[in-house]
Design a protein around this ligand. Sequence first.
Ligand code: NAI
Length: 325
Amino acid sequence: MKAPVRVAVTGAAGQIGYSLLFRIASGEMLGKDQPVILQLLDLPQAQTAVKGVMMELEDCAFPLLAGMIATDDPNVAFKDAQVALLVGARPRSKGMERKDLLEANGAIFTVQGKALNDHADRNVKVLVVGNPANTNAYIAMKSAPDLDPKNFTAMLRLDHNRALSQLAAKTGTAVSDIEHMLVWGNHSPTMYADYRFATVNGESLKAKINDEAWNRDVFLPTVGKRGAAIIEARGLSSAASAANAAIDHIHDWVLGTNGKWVTMGIPSDGSYGIPEGVMYGFPVVCENGEYTIVQGLEIDEFSRERMNLTLAELEEERAGVAHLL
Ligand code: NAI
């Protein structure tokens, strides 16, 4: 039996937590032969709810669940963590300005970044799900100067998966047959899902669709505003699909993509003219626990415009939290 991997999850009592934890414990994230120890963080007032989730986890009798703890102290939750899923965040409340939202989350992610810096495993893989995800990941990364910045990532996988499903539906094909699709930028309606390089069973997806107006007027707004559409329909924000995307993100990062492209929000290395350090969605392939940006893609005028738009939003967010760092 392999040694258990310590997985820290914040916001453990929340909606996403309720979909996520059971799948981690069942082995869907790190493999069916990989035991895990869950280290659950939530606010003091949510500790009873976390205990309830732990009771249910116990009642599943997962063979791979080697232990779990609940705490309201990030220093305890991140102790020796090898994977950290930062899901808990301050939601936007009525009348709250974007600036206030950034400020409130800045307070959370500076503290959690520092706790990771001081207590986590030196190779901890961090995924930030809590919104604004890219900027929260940026704050955590900047608050953890002793950890490799490459190990801080933001979740763009839900946008990626949403785009794949829309493309499959449009072309009457299977999601699993589509390759080389990617999403650039921020996890926000400005994200740019780009299928110019995508193929379906080896055939060009763009040629098959052959409809630029659909791309611009239907596809991009549908993917960009999908979160709002789900709130409208369900009365609650997307949770199971967000948890699923988090599982996909970490699964692929740790276990590899076998050459397949996936989208991860990562600190830019300057590729494609995106300034170094900006937490930006890029196409990557993963192997041996490392991601590599797919290089050499041609950027046309429309794409550059869209990539710059989502970059400008990220730079504005970054400027909004600069005083916290
Ligand atoms: P939720 O409100 O159901 O749960 C959030 C949980 O986080 C609560 O239990 C709360 O007590 C906890 N929490 C708040 N501050 C915390 C802190 N400082 N430390 C630890 N725990 C804390 O929210 P839900 O639906 O689970 O969503 C969580 C986050 O994920 C939200 O910010 C949401 O906007 C974001 N999200 C991101 C997506 C993405 O694609 N990146 C997709 C969907 C949601």
